[in-house]
Write a protein that binds this ligand. Structure first.
Ligand SMILES: NC(=O)c1ccc[n+]([C@@H]2O[C@H](COP(=O)([O-])OP(=O)(O)OC[C@H]3O[C@@H](n4cnc5c(N)ncnc54)[C@H](OP(=O)(O)O)[C@@H]3O)[C@@H](O)[C@H]2O)c1
Length: 343
């Protein structure tokens, strides 16, 4: 079978297009014929590692955590999945020698595999894993709840999604809106404003062209309940200016800088919480809960992708995975998908 592998960390040129042996799924695992592989920033960050030439966890690493496809073989003891099932994958490359979705057949434990409803395309399925689960976690860590998402779960809440035109931001807008929140989002351009409006944001604030804090306070005079934050350091002042008493700032990235200085008093005066999150270590129960709610949203048709839905798709062939990584590394707007196999 065809696969993309790397044996040392570095720039996209370390990615090689090779033939690999098929692997039989061991107990508790399934083999998935990949239709689309989804690319996220974490994939190029892992490939780059701490620097060029660093040792990799396996002799050959197959990149990319997200994907969608069809179950092709099941290992002993697997229940709940059968050959022919449509599925989407999460953390498919994390510490798995035969995982990774930049290959024709990926072997992985059932804990990384979720059913893909018939109404959802493989393109949607390959866009879910990292962005949608991250968004779900960020939307379910507020002190006053909810812990799970469903229609009505966020009724009466106002959510601020920082950088809503990003892949995680897009999923956060869609899930928050599906769950009943009023959604405010920030963007840096008119083009991105059009995308987040298509994604379902109620209010859009251009944080480069306006005084974002004043604008958000005008929309939400009592402050926002929850902030889904991609850039905590540059946005620290904005966040404290718009969060309400007992509000939560859910941080999933360090875009724009690692270090921030906080005026401590203003945080305890408002009983504010910072909640950080990392998908790799968030916990299986949290991943499963997210996937279950995401599937309910999928069935409701709440998570479309494509330009009309605010997330332009960019397709690459498997052998051009290096270009796909480079596109994500260069912060292309939208979702990068690698077409691996036929539907
Ligand atoms: N913790 C985790 O488990 C986890 C999970 C998923 C992703 N991540 C990380 O999250 C980050 C984003 O991932 P992604 O896939 O969504 O990337 P993406 O599609 O490239 O989106 C990044 C977004 O961040 C926005 N942004 C950057 N600085 C901003 C600022 N100061 N204010 C408002 N928005 C800002 C950008 O918008 P503008 O250009 O308009 O500013 C862009 O839309 C990456 O660093 C990724 O590694 C972490």
């Amino acid at each position: 079978m065809k696969a993309i592998v790397y044996s040392q960390t570095g720039d996209p040129s370390v990615l090689q297009f090779v033939d690999r042996d098929m692997v039989e799924p061991p107990a508790g695992e399934v083999r998935v014929r990949i239709v689309y592989s989804g690319v996220n920033p974490t994939d190029w960050k892992s490939r780059r590692g701490g620097g060029p030439g660093e040792a990799t966890p396996f002799a050959e690493v197959v990149p990319n955590q997200d994907g969608a496809g069809v179950i092709d073989a099941v290992g002993p003891g697997v229940e709940g999945f059968a050959v022919g099932d449509r599925v989407w994958l999460a953390l498919a490359a994390a510490e798995l020698a035969a995982g990774g979705t930049a290959q024709q057949y990926s072997v992985l434990p059932v804990s990384r595999v979720y059913p893909l409803p018939n109404s959802a395309s493989f393109e949607i399925g390959a866009s879910l894993g990292v962005p949608a689960i991250t968004a779900h976690r960020a939307l379910t860590v507020a002190e006053d709840g909810p812990r799970r998402l469903a229609p009505g779960a966020l009724d009466g809440k106002t959510v601020l999604v920082a950088g809503g035109a990003g892949a995680v931001g897009h999923a956060a807008i869609q899930l928050a809106r599906w769950a009943g929140a009023t959604v405010i989002t920030t963007v840096s351009s008119d083009a991105k404003a059009a995308l987040v409006t298509a994604a379902g944001a109620h209010h859009v604030v251009d944080y480069k062209a306006t005084d974002a804090a004043t604008e958000i306070r005008r929309i939400a005079p009592d402050g926002v309940d929850l902030i889904v934050e991609v850039a905590p350091a540059p946005n620290a002042e904005l966040d404290i200016a718009v969060i309400r008493n007992r509000g939560v700032i859910a941080v999933y990235a360090n875009d724009g800088g690692d270090t921030m200085t906080l005026d401590v008093r203003s945080y305890f005066a408002l009983n504010v919480r910072y909640q950080f999150l990392l998908l790799y270590t968030v916990g299986q129960a949290e991943l499963d809960a997210a996937a279950e709610d995401i599937n309910a949203a999928l069935v409701d048709g709440a998570l479309p992708v494509g330009e009309d839905a605010g997330l332009p798709l960019h397709h690459f062939e498997l052998e051009r995975t290096a270009d796909a990584h480079e596109a994500v590394e260069n912060a292309i707007v939208g979702k990068v998908l690698i077409a691996v196999g036929t539907e």
